[in-house]
Design a protein around this ligand. Structure first.
Ligand code: BG6
Length: 491
């Protein structure tokens, strides 16, 4: 285990109390606790950290740890280690508290003026307001520094999100609000700006003169598991498109920021997102296939539910640089493959020089997960006397390198560590959230105006046929993730 422990990071001297509202929820078990355990394994948890796990269920510290431990074992990136677990569990306390009961907040204890307090709202958005109000009225916020991390979805709808933002801003102040989108903590997403702007080759051709189309896929094999109640209120648009996919898209399209400060990056992201328009929309829902049940038969889902578990979109950008370049997005649950990747397809070469040799369009693929890397397919002369053209590929697999694999923190691990260290770079601004709500509302309008009907697709398939048909009208097709595994045709 020792060989996995990385260099000790900057540990804050100030006492930090990290309180998780929603400690018995899926997110805490699956992501937050394993991420915290992992930070302990890397010696990155501040020594003077207290983790308050808050929930309504009447656990004791011991019985909570009993429930949590299997999740840590399952979610651990490194082989699970009892010694690390013992150190980790010393930080943890469990506090029984009903979120809507102001009196219960006394159980969080008094704050002291030198302390740093961070609260994670891992709960449904309707609880954000009571938590914030009760923290305030119970006097907890009177002393010390108090920051909050907000999990998505931020708000129930556009209006609610705006009201909520005003309230939270008044109580905590924008500087103390960290809006999380865990996709921003993914290694290859952070790499997009480097690939684009640290290479003249790409920066120069990143426009409508060279790019034919852009595709973004975030495909999942899992169904909605035990999150039926949550998912029924969001669907794939609010669960994946409105946040993760739009963040990804803005990184792919944004103009070059002047530096890596959150302010510069958010400004450029915002500029491009405000120019995106929906051209086509396909919605789907997974149906039964063999032992895999239909979405409508999942627990806590209405039998006649019209919630979408799949979305495919064609977007256009009202911007000089990308005018006329179609952008295709798709995401779905219970598909036949788990893969998140961005494909940039370049325009065919012009002129008569290669007229009879049929060069293919070059393609750049940024692989985000599960494989991380960059794939580039281009044309080359086939060795031999006759002049023929072949497709060759360069395939950089970042996650194939062992050191990269063990050093790449899971997204939540990185973001929690950043929040502990008061680094907001990879968190989202209110302006971005606001724009994504406008986008979601526009999609709703589009759905109604164009009478978009739900398409059923069998579980473990590639999604609805209409999604492929949508690309066919642009003389295109979805690029499959496994294209990056094909051998070069020169071989
Ligand atoms: C979450 C969504 O934000 O992201 C889930 O709520 C989804 O529905 C998950 O499964 C996907 O995250 P990742 O990191 O596995 O791609």
């Amino acid at each position: 285990m020792d060989s996995f422990i990385l260099k000790r990071g900057e540990i804050m001297s100030k006492a930090l109390t990290f309180t998780i509202f929603g400690s018995t929820g899926d997110l805490t078990y699956r992501k937050l606790l394993p991420a915290l355990y992992q930070l302990e394994a890397r010696n990155l948890l501040p020594d003077n950290l207290t983790i308050n796990c808050v929930g309504r269920k009447p656990y004791t510290r011991e019985s909570y740890l009993e429930v949590a431990k299997p999740w840590l074992i399952k979610g651990s990136r490194f082989p699970f280690n009892e010694e690390v677990y013992a150190r980790f569990s010393k930080h943890l306390q469990y506090i029984v508290l009903s979120l809507t009961d102001e009196v219960h907040y006394e159980r969080l204890g008094k704050s002291d003026k030198k302390g740093d307090y961070l609260y994670y709202f891992a709960v449904a958005p309707e609880f954000f307001e009571p938590i914030a109000n009760h923290l305030k009225t119970s006097g907890i916020l009177d002393q010390g520094q108090h920051r909050i991390i907000l999990e998505k979805p931020f708000g129930i709808d556009e209006d609610h999100a705006r009201k909520l933002n005003t309230l939270l801003d008044t109580i905590f102040g924008e500087d103390n609000i960290y809006r999380i989108d865990h996709y921003l903590g993914k290694e290859m997403i952070q790499n997009i700006l480097t690939i684009r702007f640290a290479n003249r080759m790409f920066e120069g051709i990143w426009n409508k003169d060279y790019i034919q189309e852009i595709q973004i896929t975030a495909a999942e094999t899992i169904g909605i598991e035990n999150r039926g109640a949550y998912y029924e209120t969001t669907g794939a648009i609010q669960d994946m498109v409105q946040n993760h996919l739009l963040q990804l898209l803005s990184y792919v399209l944004m103009d070059k920021p002047s530096d890596f400060s959150p302010k510069s990056i958010h400004a450029k992201q915002g500029e491009i997102l405000s120019r995106i328009k929906t051209e086509e929309l396909v919605l789907g829902q997974y149906d039964q296939n063999g032992a895999l049940v239909a979405y409508r038969d999942e627990a806590k889902v209405a039998h006649d539910s019209s919630t979408e578990t799949y979305v495919a979109l064609t977007l256009s950008v009202d911007d000089e640089r990308f005018k006329g370049v179609p952008i295709f997005l798709r995401t779905g649950k219970r598909l036949d493959q788990r893969a998140t990747y961005i494909t940039v397809k370049f325009k065919p070469v012009e002129g008569t020089l290669f007229k009879d040799l049929s060069p293919q369009q070059e393609m750049l693929i940024i692989k985000i997960q599960p494989d991380e890397g960059i794939y580039f397919r281009f044309n080359a002369k086939k060795p031999g006397i006759s002049h023929q053209i072949s497709q060759v590929m360069m395939n950089f697999c970042q996650s194939c390198i062992y050191e990269n694999r063990i050093n790449t923190p899971e997204a939540y691990e990185r973001l929690l560590n950043d929040a502990f260290n008061q680094d907001k770079t990879l968190f989202t601004s209110w302006e971005m959230v606001d724009l994504t709500w406008s986008f979601a509302s526009e999609l709703e309008r589009f759905k109604t105006e164009h009478k978009v009907n739900l398409q059923y697709y069998p579980a473990e398939s590639q999604g609805p046929h209409l999604s492929s048909a949508m690309l066919n009208t642009y003389d295109s097709q979805w690029i499959p993730a496994d294209i990056t595994e094909e051998a070069s045709s020169l071989a």
